[in-house]
Design a protein around this ligand. Structure first.
Ligand SMILES: [Zn+2]
Length: 301
């Protein structure tokens, strides 16, 4: 099963990133203007097509493709999918658009972060023709047809080119990576603080402004539907602040990235009350520690 029905018009599509279930999702909003929010890695684009087929939406039906930000787990498949989606218009934050048109720098910086072996698993994003992209800024409204509208809100901190999307009718909020990673059945959150542009102050401010929009539920890319909105917001803020403090301490002691990542992974294992984490969670923890170290080096904090 690639799809889970969330409400009358909203579906979660599991992209089975690097073959793993429940790690990277996309969301489909059905209706007169079918809209795909995020689309996973380039290497898993076929799983998105399988998800669409399951819920009876043809790729040619897709009217909007909204990558919440340009990271490979959200927008990686966009270029490849657009070849199957001739009627789709891409909506993205203005700061992400250059990377969608020419992903060269994005591929370079992702390879630096993840290494060649993992990049091969993720797949390389294809360029998107500029004329197929509409850029948005601080806030924008999107008409999804059939009386449903969405509000796109700038949501920096995790990345400077990120937007979150509120479905105005139900007040379901597609958070993008503005909130921590919450795997199904796992109690602990993992912070979303990757290099090269994570900014803790912006991330905390974004969580604050998203909270003010009083969402009824959160649709989280990693992973699923959260009804405990306040808990997720509270935990995200506390977690980011705590991790920055802890990693700063480890880094000042001269620990390497691997050593610091191992310590943070132990903390997550304890909090989650499990013996082992899925491989994807370990990659996420290491990436988040790397992002915090990168931030500390950049700002000399
Ligand atoms: Zn992500």
């Amino acid at each position: 099963m690639y799809s889970t029905k969330i409400s009358d018009r909203v579906y979660l599509l599991d992209t089975y990133a690097i073959g793993q279930p429940s790690t990277v999702s996309a969301f489909l909003i059905k209706g007169p203007k079918p809209t795909l929010v995020d689309c996973g890695y380039s290497s898993s684009y076929e799983n998105v097509l399988s998800g669409l087929a399951e819920v009876g939406v043809m790729p040619t039906d897709i009217r909007y493709l909204v990558p919440t930000h340009v990271h490979l787990d959200h927008a990686g498949a966009a270029g490849r999918l657009l070849r199957e989606m001739p009627n789709a218009e891409v909506i993205a934050h203005e700061r992400g658009v250059p990377h969608l048109i020419d992903p060269t720098r994005l591929i370079e910086s992702s390879t630096k972060v993840f290494g060649k072996a993992i990049m091969d698993l993720y797949g390389v994003p294809e360029p998107i023709p500029a004329e197929r992209i509409t850029a948005v800024g601080e806030e924008a409204s999107l008409d999804l047809g059939g009386g449903l509208t969405a509000t796109l809100m700038y949501a920096p901190g995790h990345a400077p080119h990120q937007i979150s999307m509120m479905l105005d009718e139900s007040k379901a909020l597609l958070t993008a990576d503005a909130v921590g990673i919450v795997y199904p059945g796992m109690k602990a959150l993992i912070p979303t603080t990757p290099p090269p542009s994570f900014d803790p102050k912006q991330l905390v401010a974004t969580v604050g402004s998203l909270r003010q929009t009083t969402p009824s539920e959160l649709l989280v890319p990693h992973f699923g539907i959260r009804k405990d909105v306040d808990w997720v917001f509270d935990q995200t803020t506390q977690l980011v602040e705590r991790w920055v403090d802890t990693v700063r301490g480890l880094w000042k002691k001269g620990m390497s990235l691997d050593e610091a990542s191992e310590i943070m992974e132990k903390e997550i294992l304890e909090e989650a009350g499990v013996q082992e984490l899925p491989i994807y969670a370990s990659i996420s923890i290491r990436t988040s520690v790397m992002g915090i170290i990168h931030y500390l080096e950049k700002t000399h904090e």
